[in-house]
Design a protein. Structure first.
Length: 196
């Protein structure tokens, strides 16, 4: 009986070590080995948006919430016009997002965001070309799945540009429910993205 107890305790100790390593060492390795230059190139290849980001950081909480933090994200169209900028992007997801092509967004928090909503002379929004041209193959997948979640934005600046019109709107805080986010994403009909 004592031998069984000892064996069980050893198994529990090993599992706890694996658990501790997974939530502390594994994210540290991911953060340290993340190649920002390669990531920026892949984003460009997938979207045709010229993108820069300063840092990417991974953390896994004891409850397995996986937090991906990106700082100073900037995306421009190929003509150098602004598209989207954020000082902070914090995605709360699951560990599965690190290993599969399914991204469950449990929470998305953005801070100091500037979004340029541009309409071309022919009346088409510039962002409308993104869904059809998005190519996830550069990230190693024919198709990716995004499970929608709530979005919170602090200090949200929206610039509306169309021929002869330039308007800015600032919001101190903006919150969007899972349903609102899913509805917004679904309207774009991405060719290679499944929205749930």
């Amino acid at each position: 009986m004592t031998q069984h107890k000892n064996a069980i305790l050893i198994v529990v100790a090993v599992l706890l070590l694996i658990y501790a390593g997974f939530i502390s060492i594994f994210p540290a390795i991911l953060t340290k080995s993340f190649n920002i230059d390669q990531f920026e190139q892949k984003v460009y290849d997938a979207t045709s948006l010229v993108t820069t980001v300063d840092t990417v950081d991974y953390k896994i909480k004891p409850n397995f919430d996986t937090i991906i933090t990106l700082k100073n994200w900037s995306s421009k169209y190929i003509d150098e016009q602004d598209c989207f900028n954020a000082r902070l992007i914090q995605i709360t997801t699951t560990p599965a997002a690190l290993f599969t092509k399914t991204f469950k967004i449990k929470d998305l928090y953005l801070k100091n965001v500037k979004y340029s909503d541009q309409t071309l002379p022919e009346g088409v929004n510039k962002l409308a070309f993104l869904p059809g041209s998005f190519n996830p193959k550069v990230f190693g997948a024919n198709k990716i799945t995004i499970v929608s979640g709530p979005v919170r934005v602090k200090n949200f600046n929206i610039v509306h540009i169309e021929p002869g019109v330039y308007k800015e709107r600032n919001q101190r805080e903006a919150k969007y429910s899972t349903t609102e986010v899913k509805r917004f994403l679904s309207q774009f009909q991405f060719a290679h993205v499944n929205i749930k």
